[in-house]
Design a protein around this ligand. Structure first.
Ligand code: BG6
Length: 490
């Protein structure tokens, strides 16, 4: 099966932070893939900037190495043609040196789509936007892409959004949450709104609870410096996990139009029941990994990786969230995420209620309630756990089986990386999969009181051994309610 390619118009994409980690791992490989698939028009230009003193040739060598590493299947000739699209301008954001050169290059094409991708730390968003504004580089064809973290709390997010908003209008600002670009996350919308089957059951009358797990087996590695200022709550829950929760819980939007979808997500965020003060002890668990074993080898603990012993930053969070509205009243959403867990897996599990009455005798065995599992990674797919009769003679014995849909097996196409989709959406001006400012604010409004409660608590995060499923308290969080984390689906 051949993936469909949507044509995009000519564009100038300016990447700030073009010699950084994100450009290396994600942006250059994603752009190369879109080029290979024929989506990048001949007239497109990719202007790469960073502080480093590269010539065009030296930067192309850097990008070539990045793509060779992350796209081992690349075609040498096509890669060479792609690299010709790249040019390099050294810019020192601090002194402003280099912005004039960029303005000159952009000047000749005022009518093409112009996207500035700020793959830099948030402290540089303000100075870059200001320079772009002052230098006359912002017009009605211009867009800006910003990466998380968008603030470290509601207040700093507001300041950051104000800074960017002083130069760009809201419809020009693309706040990336790369989870929204993942195929299976978009599939969640297809599953819910392109099938009549699920929606009538998608409410408190039929759903017992929902679990969202985003587990990573890696530690913080070289990112310890950033991570220690953030922690799992800001790094994963405030954005990725709450976005997933919104897509599971939102009302059907009127259309796939950006504001229709974002209006519905916003309502979910606003309906999250606040967790404040002492409630944080009951409804949240935070943990920090200790030395252990992962992927068969011994690994150090978080504090050893960090190089000092006094951090209380959480590398694991489990939460019980509730959405106070008619559809979801009384349905817990159990959320968890962590580094150095037993496995890398991201899943949404929708646990339906048990049948109201069994017609079968005790010999038939127990009847498990249906479960829908949406697997984001690895092995993207959807599984529905149903009860069937055990095949063969021997009377009516019941058994749970998965109705399994593995996307890799069903569709023989490459699963594109989230960034491929999202960068092209920026060029197309489609904001559906990007966070609107009020969503970011609403997410912080729910997160801030939890962070405040943690900050005033005398309890440090609970230790957990690397390579396990986190602190035992996170198991208790769910078991207290007579439920369990659905590890068989993993
Ligand atoms: C990033 C976080 O946003 O998402 C990282 O900053 C995390 O800490 C990463 O590792 C996970 O993304 P993915 O796509 O690998 O699940």
């Amino acid at each position: 099966m051949v993936a469909r390619v949507i044509e995009v118009e000519a564009f100038d994409l300016v990447v700030f932070g073009a010699s950084g980690d994100l450009a290396h791992r994600k942006l250059m490989p994603a752009l190369y893939h879109r080029f290979e698939d024929g989506q990048i028009p001949d007239e497109a230009r990719i202007l790469c900037t960073s502080r480093r003193d590269f010539s065009n040739e030296a930067y192309r060598d850097w990008a070539k190495a990045a793509i060779a590493e992350h796209v081992p299947s690349h075609d040498k000739e096509r890669l060479a043609t792609f690299l010709e699209k790249l040019s390099y301008i050294a810019i020192d954001v601090g002194s402003g040196a280099g912005f004039g050169d960029l303005a000159k290059v952009l000047k000749g094409r005022p009518d093409v789509v112009r996207a500035f991708y700020l793959a830099v730390g948030p402290d540089l968003f303000g100075p870059i936007c200001e320079q772009l504004g002052k230098g006359g580089m912002v017009n009605e064809h211009t867009r800006v892409v910003i990466e998380k973290p968008i603030g470290k709390d509601g207040k700093s997010a507001k300041a950051l959004n104000d800074t960017v908003g002083a130069v760009f209008k809201e419809h020009q600002i693309f706040r990336i949450d790369h989870y929204l670009g993942k195929e299976t996350v978009q599939n969640l919308m297809a599953l819910r709104f392109a099938n009549a089957l699920f929606e009538p059951l998608w409410n408190a009358a039929h759903i017992d609870h929902v679990q969202i797990t985003v587990a990573e087996s890696l530690g913080v590695g070289g990112r310890a410096g950033y991570y220690d200022t953030a922690g799992a709550m800001r790094d994963m829950v405030q954005n990725h996990i709450l976005q997933l929760l919104c897509l599971v819980a939102m009302e059907p939007p009127e259309s796939m139009d950006a504001d229709s979808v974002r209006d519905e997500k916003l309502k979910v965020l606003k309906a999250l029941a606040p967790i404040k003060g002492e409630d944080a002890d009951r409804f949240t668990v935070r943990g920090q990994y200790r030395a252990g074993a992962s992927a068969g080898g011994a690994v150090p603990g978080y504090l050893e990786e960090l190089g000092h012993q006094d951090s209380t930053t959480e590398t694991f969070v489990a939460l019980k969230a509730e959405i106070a509205n008619w559809r979801w009243a009384g349905v817990p959403f159990y959320l968890r995420t962590g580094k150095r867990l037993a496995q890398r897996v991201s899943e949404i599990v929708v646990q339906f209620r048990p049948i109201p009455h069994s017609i079968f005798s005790a010999e038939a065995g127990s009847i498990s309630a249906n479960r829908l599992i949406i697997r984001l990674q690895p092995d993207e797919g959807v599984q529905m756990k149903v009860m069937i009769k055990d095949p063969g003679p021997g009377g009516m014995r019941l058994r749970e089986v998965p109705l399994d849909m593995s996307f890799a097996e069903a569709f023989k196409v490459r699963n594109p990386d989230a960034y491929e989709r999202l960068i092209m959406d920026v060029i197309r001006g489609n904001q559906t999969l990007f966070m609107r400012r009020d969503e970011v604010d609403a997410a912080w409004s729910w997160i801030d009181p939890i962070l405040t409660a943690w900050a005033s608590s005398k309890e440090p995060p609970r230790g957990y051994t690397a390579g396990t499923w986190g602190p035992s308290a996170s198991i208790a969080l769910v078991e207290r309610d007579g439920r369990t984390w659905a590890e068989d689906g993993l």
